[in-house]
Design a protein around this ligand. Structure first.
Ligand SMILES: Nc1nc2c(ncn2[C@@H]2O[C@H](COP(=O)(O)OP(=O)(O)OP(=O)(O)O)[C@@H](O)[C@H]2O)c(=O)[nH]1
Length: 324
């Protein structure tokens, strides 16, 4: 049986003089309990208590709010609660509670799926190091959904290029490093395509920086449409973009780069004044090899191929097999 209604529903506390220090009478205790409940509501804190002798559990009203469940629908025991935890987090919660019974401490974050399908993040913290009653375990819960959403937004911003929405240089290099160490362990091959818009300075000079920005955004849009979700596209800086392709043969990587080059060469770009113009790109391609000491050397080889393409007249794809 769950321990409900510890706090009386009446307003008897209103007739009491203010409670300073620890309450001594039962009325003062009731007033104290109601005040605590109010503070919990204001600060968005819930709690649960478990009797270690009987196993009975009490959930505060705030917990029912978190769960999006009417408090009339009693949560009988911890198993009942766990059913509302996100399936991926259930094991974590069960383990944390087992640890809590052993040590008196816990500090975990997990997701709740409310009956309407909304996801809520909870932060559960318990410290039972100095309990008033050693037979009672107390744990607190706080809604941290907004905090988690902000954290996710900031994490995304930290790895994203503002102008184009692709990954920024730092994140692309990180993904390249991960892919390279995975290749060394598992042999899963990958290729880097390094694209650079040709004579981009003259686009800016002729049509203005705003149009130049739009060109970069549209180039990225085409990348997003053509490449797979699993491929990694990043803007390394200025008008230079890199793409990491997995499980491609050297010939396939060259063919994909060539397809992109042709698509971009055919694309008509327009200005607000309805002027139409075309651009071209040069691309250098490099495959991972066991001779590469680090991921930087793969990027360097792609860059050398790109440089050759620029030198040989631009608007072309250069791989190591077709270097002249
Ligand atoms: N509009 C816009 N231009 C940028 C941005 N970043 C760099 N650029 C410009 O891109 C141009 C790059 O010029 P260069 O490095 O000379 O290269 P390029 O004109 O493309 O010539 P090649 O690469 O040799 O074909 C410079 O004018 C930069 O100002 C950006 O975010 N937006």
């Amino acid at each position: 049986m769950a321990l409900r209604n510890i706090i009386p529903p009446d307003n008897s506390y209103q007739n009491l003089s203010p409670v300073f220090g620890m309450p001594s009478t039962s009325q003062q205790w009731q007033a104290h309990a109601i005040m605590l409940q109010k503070l919990h509501k204001i600060r968005g804190i819930g709690y649960w208590q478990k009797s270690l002798t009987t196993g009975d559990v009490y959930w505060s009203d705030m917990v029912y709010d978190f769960l999006g469940v009417e408090s009339s629908r009693l949560i009988h025991d911890q198993e009942d609660f766990v059913k509302l935890v996100h399936p991926h987090d259930r094991k974590k919660v069960i383990n944390a509670w087992q640890e809590l019974e052993k040590t008196g401490f816990t500090d975990i974050k997990y997701r709740i799926i409310q009956p309407n399908g909304d996801t809520l993040w909870l932060h559960e913290i318990a410290d039972n190091s100095a309990p008033d009653d050693p037979g009672i375990l107390l744990s607190t819960l706080q809604d941290i959904t907004d905090h988690k959403a902000l954290e996710k937004k900031l994490k995304k911003e930290a790895i994203t290029d503002d102008l184009t929405g692709t990954f920024n240089r730092g994140h692309f290099i990180k993904r390249l490093r991960q892919a390279f160490s995975h290749y060394l362990r598992s042999g899963q091959n990958a290729a880097v395509l390094l694209f650079d818009v040709d004579h981009f300075k003259s686009v800016n000079d002729t049509y203005g920086h705003v149009v130049g920005d739009k060109v970069l955004q549209q180039v990225c849009q085409l990348f997003k449409e053509r490449f797979r979700e699993t491929d990694v596209v990043g803007r390394l800086g200025g008008e230079e973009f890199a793409v990491l392709l997995f499980e491609v043969t050297p010939d396939a990587a060259l063919a994909i780069a060539e397809e992109i080059r042709k698509m971009l060469a055919k694309k008509a770009f327009t200005t607000d004044a309805d002027a139409t113009f075309n651009i071209s790109v040069t691309c250098g391609v490099a495959h991972f090899t066991e001779d590469d000491p680090t991921e930087e050397s793969i990027l360097r080889r792609a860059d050398q191929s790109l440089y050759r393409g620029k030198h040989n007249g631009r608007n072309q794809v250069v791989g190591e097999s077709n270097l002249s």
